[in-house]
Design a protein around this ligand. Structure first.
Ligand code: PDD
Length: 298
């Protein structure tokens, strides 16, 4: 189990040298914001994580759409036009040398004069962006899959908003780690919600299912990509609520996210999923996912 954790730990990567702060590219180590920033005091902001392959962001428009939805929900005015955002993201990627990386973007409501729950009028949002390397999953990881733990979802009721207030998932990840798992698969009572930082798919008797969009889960962009991959493979996807009881009985479970693509969960709560190795449907999805990356961003 410890070995599995160490494999995943390789995905954690330090920030690259150049960051975006309020419209300028700056050395990451010199980037400074006010301690009165509402992102810091209240978790009052929105973020995005965009995967970049060969210097090209994957599904950037979908990420910008979700960013806008989050800003609208929080009533924060978007400081930039789409065109300006795209320019800044490309500058940020180029400043860090292109290649494969993740781009983190955050918009907080900005710094106030003090600490008042109600925002001051006409606040200037703070925009911060940084990059971190992403590497393709190691062959060992692909051969073995990851371990997950089923945990009750302790997060709030608006998980569709990509809020920077992430203490819920932080606590859940720590609990998953204590249980020897790399990811927490979250349930609300008898219903599958999502992973603590991923979308979830289950396969039973060749039928693939994932839960629908709702306030209980983030509208994952990678889930859309996996949907396109399944279309290309002519494999139907059932979008429906998944019951907790289906998880231990599944032939395959996958998690999907912008930083991890689609990975097979081969052990759940210490018990083998299906045959205990990455399943054949996941393997086809993985291969087609690589082809899609190549087509769209390669
Ligand atoms: N998290 N659900 C949750 C709760 C998430 O945090 C994420 C991603 C996903 C998958 O969304 P997407 O396919 O758009 O990455 C689902 C990112 C990667 C993060 O917080 O680092």
């Amino acid at each position: 189990m410890a070995r599995k954790l160490s494999l995943l730990a390789q995905h954690m990567a330090n920030a690259l040298p150049h960051s975006l702060l309020n419209g300028a590219i700056v050395p990451t180590n010199d980037a400074r914001i006010s301690p009165l920033d509402r992102g810091f005091l209240f978790g009052d902001g929105i973020y995005e994580v965009v995967p970049v392959y060969a210097g090209k962001p994957l599904r950037l428009t979908a990420h910008f759409d979700r960013l806008q939805d989050g800003l609208d929900a929080l009533e924060i005015a978007n400081p930039y036009s789409r065109a300006r955002w795209a320019e800044l993201v490309h500058e940020l990627i180029a400043s860090n040398g292109g290649g494969d990386m993740g781009v983190y973007l955050e918009v907080s409501r900005g710094a106030g004069k003090g600490r008042d729950f109600l925002p001051e009028p006409d606040m200037q949002p703070t925009v911060f962006g940084f990059c971190f390397p992403i590497t393709p999953p190691k062959p060992e990881l692909l051969a073995r899959g990851i371990a997950a733990a089923t945990l009750e979802d302790i997060r709030w009721q608006r998980c569709d908003i990509k809020s920077i207030a992430l203490v819920g998932p932080v606590m859940l990840k720590m609990e998953a780690k204590r249980r020897g798992a790399d990811e927490a698969i979250l349930v609300r009572g008898e219903r599958l919600a999502e992973g603590s930082s991923s979308a979830v798919f289950v396969v039973k008797n060749g039928r693939i299912a994932t839960p629908p969009a709702s306030h209980e889960r983030l509208p994952s962009i990678t889930r859309l990509v996996v949907g396109d991959v399944l279309d290309a493979l002519k494999l139907p996807l059932e979008v429906r609520e998944v019951r907790r009881g289906e998880l231990p009985a599944a032939d395959e479970i996958w998690i999907a996210s912008s930083t991890r693509e689609a990975l097979p969960v081969t052990s759940l709560d210490g018990k083998a999923v299906g045959e205990g190795g990455p399943g054949p449907v996941w393997r086809r999805v993985f291969d087609e996912f690589q082809a899609l990356k190549q087509r769209e961003a390669g």
